[in-house]
Design a protein around this ligand. Sequence first.
Ligand code: URA
Length: 308
Amino acid sequence: MPTREQLLALTDELRRLRSGGERSVAVTEESMEQLRVAVSAAAAIPADAAVARVAGPQFLAASPTPAPAPVASRPVAAPKPAPAPALPAAPTVTLPEGDKRARWAALHELVVNDPVCRAQLRPGKKVVLGVGSLESRIFFCGEAPGAEEEVQGEPFVGPAGQLLTRMIQGMGLKREDVYIGNIMNWRPELPAGPSGIQVGNRPPTAEEMNYCLPYLKAQIEIVQPQLIVALGATAAGGLLGAGTFKTLGEIKGRWHQFAGKSVMVTYHPSYILRNNSNRSKRSIWEDLLQVMERVGLPISDKQRNFFL
Ligand code: URA
């Protein structure tokens, strides 16, 4: 039977698929039955019970046994996102003169003290700005902070972040060598459990992304990367415009443009956490090989053949 964490991961993935334009997923009868049983059992668990981390697969290790092939296709209603809060107009960001470090520090002050961003937080949680090398040629852009990120105030530190770090290492780099940010500076809110703890994530609304976009553009202006890697459909929608594509497949693995920078669109690492097949890993890896080629990183034969 799926665990509570797997159910949460599944609902996150369904929301992500829906925001990427998918309207149905294939589910076997057997899986449907397991889900029915698991949902009834999960309903009996307090919503704020401690959530153990889902152990992320080793990005560079062999895949576990693949899930049985889907045999039937039926529409699955994804959970409804919370109604979007009314937000004021997006901020106008004017960066001070100075070196990159000073400009980033000024932006950080601005963002973490932004009353609109702060108003979206639950008590004790943090506004999150990007981190990493201000000299990086590569700017990884994700969707929004999750549970771990809003606690630590740093993007991609949870399970998806650990996988992203391994992907970066696969490229022959260290996490600190690149810049990692998100479209959003806060974790989009979902109704909390009885004791006020949010379980699960939802993709940000267009209004929320629009509010945070000036902060992302300011980070790009400071770092001046050669290119951006958009991780997943929501990040791609935030950068390229959600109306410019119907499914991630239309734009994945190709070069696009945002703020005068080349953008490579690929899967979100959490997709690989849930689809840990060599095929999925090879697919994301081929996008990263294009990125490595474009920034002139050395590529060994071993790297070229990962997941083949
Ligand atoms: N997923 C994202 O898109 N960003 C994070 O910071 C963490 C998980």
